[in-house]
Design a protein. Structure first.
Length: 230
Protein backbone atom coordinates (compact mmCIF):
# COMPACT_ATOMS: atom_id res chain seq x y z
CA UNK A 1 0.00 0.00 0.00
CA UNK A 2 1.22 3.52 -0.80
CA UNK A 3 0.43 7.10 0.15
CA UNK A 4 -2.46 8.55 -1.87
CA UNK A 5 -2.71 12.00 -3.47
CA UNK A 6 -5.64 14.42 -3.75
CA UNK A 7 -5.49 17.31 -6.24
CA UNK A 8 -7.64 20.38 -5.54
CA UNK A 9 -7.96 23.04 -8.23
CA UNK A 10 -10.36 25.80 -9.28
CA UNK A 11 -10.42 24.14 -12.70
CA UNK A 12 -11.74 20.62 -13.25
CA UNK A 13 -9.54 20.30 -16.34
CA UNK A 14 -6.39 21.33 -14.47
CA UNK A 15 -7.07 18.91 -11.61
CA UNK A 16 -7.83 16.05 -13.98
CA UNK A 17 -4.81 16.85 -16.16
CA UNK A 18 -2.38 17.03 -13.24
CA UNK A 19 -3.71 13.74 -11.88
CA UNK A 20 -3.44 12.11 -15.30
CA UNK A 21 0.16 13.30 -15.76
CA UNK A 22 1.20 12.06 -12.33
CA UNK A 23 -0.50 8.71 -12.89
CA UNK A 24 1.76 8.09 -15.89
CA UNK A 25 4.77 8.20 -13.54
CA UNK A 26 3.16 6.54 -10.52
CA UNK A 27 0.80 3.79 -11.74
CA UNK A 28 0.44 2.19 -8.31
CA UNK A 29 -0.54 5.39 -6.48
CA UNK A 30 -4.16 6.37 -5.88
CA UNK A 31 -4.55 9.92 -7.23
CA UNK A 32 -7.93 11.64 -6.98
CA UNK A 33 -8.88 14.98 -8.56
CA UNK A 34 -11.28 17.50 -7.05
CA UNK A 35 -11.49 20.39 -9.50
CA UNK A 36 -14.13 23.01 -10.15
CA UNK A 37 -17.59 23.26 -8.64
CA UNK A 38 -20.32 20.64 -8.66
CA UNK A 39 -22.14 22.49 -11.44
CA UNK A 40 -19.06 22.75 -13.68
CA UNK A 41 -17.99 26.32 -12.92
CA UNK A 42 -14.55 27.64 -12.00
CA UNK A 43 -14.16 27.41 -8.24
CA UNK A 44 -13.80 24.82 -5.51
CA UNK A 45 -16.26 22.45 -3.94
CA UNK A 46 -16.20 21.16 -0.39
CA UNK A 47 -18.31 18.19 -1.49
CA UNK A 48 -15.84 17.26 -4.24
CA UNK A 49 -12.87 17.47 -1.92
CA UNK A 50 -14.61 15.35 0.74
CA UNK A 51 -15.49 12.77 -1.90
CA UNK A 52 -11.89 12.67 -3.16
CA UNK A 53 -10.58 12.23 0.39
CA UNK A 54 -13.02 9.39 0.93
CA UNK A 55 -11.91 7.71 -2.30
CA UNK A 56 -8.26 8.10 -1.27
CA UNK A 57 -8.79 6.69 2.22
CA UNK A 58 -7.48 3.29 3.18
CA UNK A 59 -3.94 4.12 2.05
CA UNK A 60 -0.83 4.81 4.12
CA UNK A 61 -1.86 8.46 4.43
CA UNK A 62 -2.91 11.15 1.98
CA UNK A 63 -1.19 14.30 0.73
CA UNK A 64 -3.43 17.10 -0.57
CA UNK A 65 -2.17 19.68 -3.09
CA UNK A 66 -4.01 22.85 -4.09
CA UNK A 67 -3.66 25.70 -6.57
CA UNK A 68 -4.97 29.11 -5.46
CA UNK A 69 -5.72 30.58 -2.03
CA UNK A 70 -9.37 29.69 -1.66
CA UNK A 71 -8.59 26.10 -2.67
CA UNK A 72 -6.41 25.91 0.44
CA UNK A 73 -9.33 27.10 2.58
CA UNK A 74 -11.64 24.56 0.98
CA UNK A 75 -9.13 21.78 1.60
CA UNK A 76 -8.66 22.87 5.22
CA UNK A 77 -12.44 22.89 5.72
CA UNK A 78 -12.67 19.41 4.22
CA UNK A 79 -10.08 18.14 6.69
CA UNK A 80 -12.22 19.46 9.55
CA UNK A 81 -15.28 17.62 8.23
CA UNK A 82 -13.50 14.43 7.18
CA UNK A 83 -14.16 11.39 9.31
CA UNK A 84 -10.49 10.40 9.71
CA UNK A 85 -8.04 13.14 8.80
CA UNK A 86 -5.22 12.04 11.08
CA UNK A 87 -3.08 10.80 8.21
CA UNK A 88 -3.97 13.60 5.77
CA UNK A 89 -1.38 16.33 5.16
CA UNK A 90 -1.77 19.55 3.17
CA UNK A 91 1.33 20.37 1.10
CA UNK A 92 2.42 23.92 0.27
CA UNK A 93 3.70 23.37 -3.26
CA UNK A 94 3.15 24.34 -6.91
CA UNK A 95 0.25 22.20 -8.07
CA UNK A 96 1.50 20.36 -11.17
CA UNK A 97 5.14 19.94 -10.16
CA UNK A 98 4.15 19.12 -6.61
CA UNK A 99 1.66 16.45 -7.66
CA UNK A 100 4.24 14.80 -9.93
CA UNK A 101 7.03 14.88 -7.35
CA UNK A 102 4.72 13.63 -4.58
CA UNK A 103 3.39 10.81 -6.73
CA UNK A 104 6.86 9.65 -7.72
CA UNK A 105 7.91 9.65 -4.07
CA UNK A 106 4.77 7.68 -3.13
CA UNK A 107 5.43 5.21 -5.95
CA UNK A 108 8.87 4.64 -4.44
CA UNK A 109 7.35 3.72 -1.08
CA UNK A 110 7.98 6.97 0.82
CA UNK A 111 5.87 7.60 3.92
CA UNK A 112 3.33 10.43 4.10
CA UNK A 113 5.77 12.96 5.61
CA UNK A 114 8.38 12.21 2.94
CA UNK A 115 5.77 12.50 0.17
CA UNK A 116 4.76 15.91 1.53
CA UNK A 117 8.42 16.99 1.59
CA UNK A 118 8.86 15.77 -1.98
CA UNK A 119 5.98 17.96 -3.13
CA UNK A 120 7.25 21.01 -1.27
CA UNK A 121 10.85 20.54 -2.45
CA UNK A 122 9.93 21.66 -5.97
CA UNK A 123 9.62 25.24 -4.75
CA UNK A 124 13.40 25.46 -4.92
CA UNK A 125 15.85 26.92 -2.39
CA UNK A 126 14.88 30.55 -2.97
CA UNK A 127 11.32 29.91 -1.78
CA UNK A 128 11.73 26.97 0.54
CA UNK A 129 12.72 27.89 4.09
CA UNK A 130 14.81 25.50 6.11
CA UNK A 131 18.15 25.00 7.84
CA UNK A 132 21.38 25.61 5.90
CA UNK A 133 23.10 22.56 4.37
CA UNK A 134 25.13 20.53 6.83
CA UNK A 135 28.89 20.88 6.73
CA UNK A 136 30.74 17.94 5.19
CA UNK A 137 32.21 15.86 8.04
CA UNK A 138 35.86 14.81 8.13
CA UNK A 139 36.28 11.66 6.08
CA UNK A 140 36.73 10.75 2.44
CA UNK A 141 36.32 14.34 1.27
CA UNK A 142 37.68 17.50 2.85
CA UNK A 143 38.33 21.11 1.87
CA UNK A 144 36.01 22.89 -0.53
CA UNK A 145 34.95 19.86 -2.56
CA UNK A 146 31.65 17.94 -2.21
CA UNK A 147 31.44 14.82 -0.07
CA UNK A 148 30.61 12.53 -3.00
CA UNK A 149 30.48 12.92 -6.77
CA UNK A 150 29.52 10.82 -9.74
CA UNK A 151 29.38 11.15 -13.53
CA UNK A 152 26.67 9.23 -15.36
CA UNK A 153 25.91 9.17 -19.08
CA UNK A 154 22.24 9.29 -20.11
CA UNK A 155 21.39 6.17 -22.10
CA UNK A 156 17.62 6.53 -22.54
CA UNK A 157 16.51 7.83 -25.93
CA UNK A 158 14.52 10.81 -24.64
CA UNK A 159 17.15 12.03 -22.18
CA UNK A 160 16.15 14.32 -19.36
CA UNK A 161 12.41 14.88 -19.85
CA UNK A 162 9.58 15.08 -17.30
CA UNK A 163 9.57 11.47 -16.09
CA UNK A 164 13.32 11.17 -15.35
CA UNK A 165 13.36 14.65 -13.79
CA UNK A 166 10.44 13.72 -11.53
CA UNK A 167 12.09 10.45 -10.49
CA UNK A 168 15.34 12.18 -9.61
CA UNK A 169 13.70 15.11 -7.80
CA UNK A 170 11.18 12.97 -5.96
CA UNK A 171 13.76 10.50 -4.69
CA UNK A 172 16.37 13.06 -3.69
CA UNK A 173 13.85 15.16 -1.77
CA UNK A 174 13.44 12.37 0.79
CA UNK A 175 17.19 12.19 1.48
CA UNK A 176 19.20 14.28 3.94
CA UNK A 177 21.59 15.73 1.39
CA UNK A 178 22.20 18.83 -0.70
CA UNK A 179 22.55 17.60 -4.28
CA UNK A 180 23.56 19.42 -7.44
CA UNK A 181 23.13 17.87 -10.87
CA UNK A 182 25.15 19.73 -13.51
CA UNK A 183 25.09 22.71 -11.17
CA UNK A 184 21.32 22.85 -10.53
CA UNK A 185 19.24 21.76 -7.55
CA UNK A 186 18.65 18.02 -7.85
CA UNK A 187 15.30 18.27 -6.04
CA UNK A 188 13.88 20.75 -8.57
CA UNK A 189 12.04 19.01 -11.40
CA UNK A 190 11.94 22.25 -13.41
CA UNK A 191 15.67 22.91 -13.06
CA UNK A 192 16.50 19.38 -14.13
CA UNK A 193 14.25 19.58 -17.20
CA UNK A 194 15.80 22.93 -18.15
CA UNK A 195 19.19 21.21 -18.45
CA UNK A 196 17.82 19.88 -21.77
CA UNK A 197 20.25 16.98 -21.45
CA UNK A 198 19.83 14.52 -24.30
CA UNK A 199 20.97 10.95 -24.79
CA UNK A 200 24.73 10.75 -24.36
CA UNK A 201 24.93 13.79 -22.10
CA UNK A 202 26.76 13.29 -18.82
CA UNK A 203 25.13 14.20 -15.50
CA UNK A 204 27.70 15.37 -12.96
CA UNK A 205 26.28 14.79 -9.48
CA UNK A 206 27.69 16.47 -6.37
CA UNK A 207 26.25 15.73 -2.93
CA UNK A 208 26.87 16.89 0.62
CA UNK A 209 25.27 15.73 3.84
CA UNK A 210 24.37 12.61 5.76
CA UNK A 211 22.88 10.81 2.73
CA UNK A 212 25.35 12.19 0.19
CA UNK A 213 26.73 8.83 -0.97
CA UNK A 214 23.25 7.35 -1.15
CA UNK A 215 22.05 10.33 -3.20
CA UNK A 216 24.81 9.92 -5.80
CA UNK A 217 24.17 6.18 -6.01
CA UNK A 218 20.44 6.80 -6.38
CA UNK A 219 20.88 9.12 -9.36
CA UNK A 220 23.49 6.83 -10.87
CA UNK A 221 21.21 3.81 -10.56
CA UNK A 222 18.36 5.61 -12.29
CA UNK A 223 20.58 6.83 -15.13
CA UNK A 224 22.27 3.49 -15.67
CA UNK A 225 18.87 1.75 -15.76
CA UNK A 226 17.68 4.27 -18.35
CA UNK A 227 14.94 5.35 -15.94
CA UNK A 228 13.14 2.17 -16.98
CA UNK A 229 12.71 3.55 -20.51
CA UNK A 230 13.94 2.29 -23.90
Amino acid sequence: MTVSIVVVSHSEKIADGAAELAAQMAPDVVIRAAGGTTDGRIGTSLEKVLAALEQASGSDGTVVLTDLGSAVMTAESALEFAGDAAGVLLADAPLVEGVVAASVAAQGGADVQAVKRAAESVRGPAQQPGPPPQEVPEGPATGEGPAFTGDFELINEAGMHARPAAKIAGGLSSLDAEVLVNGVDGTSMTALMMLAAGKGAVLHVEARGVDAERAVNYVGGLVQAGFGEP
